[in-house]
Design a protein around this ligand. Structure first.
Ligand code: ATR
Length: 278
């Protein structure tokens, strides 16, 4: 007799576009893990009920995406350090009726930059564009790489200032951390990350092309079949460019590792998704 599969879901609204089930099924095949992973459209006002029902039915864990990451943070019984720093949860693990929350987004970003792109952040100047949830999630993992300086620039300066304030409460600071408005960004950077939702709106950002230093990597957390407006601008200014497909896959791999204790190989998944083969 075959043993029943462990059940996992990704909760979101909307969720139809999610590639997470595809990615996790490939990971499961590759590592011979007996699990099933599906997407679940949770009602906007019914996230907590949906999670608790799934847990009561024997679900083992879940991913959480837009717009539920803050609600997920609020409903957890325990939180990892990186979830606390991010103030949001994208990965849930259910253990004997207890909900554990983690956030693998920032770790996924850093792994994609450092391991996959082979780009060390140590002693580099980093420009983080945006001060919403995506930036906050990236903040502590980026600082742990010991860049020389991290400038957080945002349309609304007060929100960038809040993030700098938050950064000073982390235990891992060796980095000068500065808030700036678009006009206040000074000098050239080794890494420029777009964590705003501007690319979703098809808009470029009002930054100068001079921010991209020599051998600069421009990274957009969004991804698309074409270059995002930010990456098109960066490329024209001479930067190397990379979109958020790798981050998506690496945050999934990190969640898979939390649940199953095995780290899946990601290179092939990246290649297949990039080529539109799956
Ligand atoms: P997310 O969880 O994706 O980070 P969010 O918390 O709503 O979403 O944050 C969106 C971020 O993108 C914010 O930094 C926002 O800037 P403001 O704080 O000024 O609102 C930024 N953003 C969104 N659209 C933008 C645009 N067209 N140009 C520049 N910044 C934009």
């Amino acid at each position: 007799m075959t043993s029943p599969l462990d059940q996992y879901l990704v909760f979101g609204n909307p969720i139809a576009h999610s590639k997470s089930p595809l990615i996790h099924r490939i990971f499961a095949d590759q590592t011979a893990q007996a699990l099933n992973y599906q997407k679940y459209l949770a009602p906007v006002d019914g996230f907590e009920n949906s999670v608790r029902r799934f847990m009561a039915e024997g679900g083992k864990g879940a991913n959480v995406t837009v717009p539920f990451k803050l609600e997920a943070f609020a409903l957890c019984d325990s939180l990892s350090q990186r979830a606390k720093c991010a103030g949001a949860v994208n990965t849930l693990r259910f253990l004997d009726g207890v909900i554990e929350g983690d956030n693998t987004d920032g770790a996924g970003l850093v792994r994609d930059i450092v391991v996959n792109a082979g780009f060390s952040l140590k002693d580099k100047r980093v420009l983080l564009l945006g001060a919403g949830g995506a930036s906050r999630g990236a903040l502590q993992p980026l600082l742990m790489q010991n860049p020389k300086e991290l400038v957080i620039a945002n349309r609304t300066l007060a929100k960038a200032q809040e993030l700098v304030q938050l950064a000073s409460s982390f235990e891992v600071i060796h980095t000068v951390c500065i808030a700036a408005s678009w006009e206040q960004i000074v000098g050239q950077f080794d890494l420029v990350i777009n964590a705003t939702s501007s690319s979703l709106q098809g808009e470029a950002l009002p930054i100068s092309g001079t921010v991209f230093g020599e051998n600069c990597l421009a990274y957009d957390m969004m991804y698309d079949a074409q270059l995002t407006p930010f990456l098109a601008f960066a490329k024209k200014a001479g930067a190397q460019v990379r979109d958020g497909l790798g981050m998506l896959i690496e945050q999934a791999a990190e969640a898979f590792y939390l649940w199953r204790g095995v780290r899946p190989e990601t290179t092939n998944v990246f290649k297949q998704l990039r080529e539109g083969a799956i």
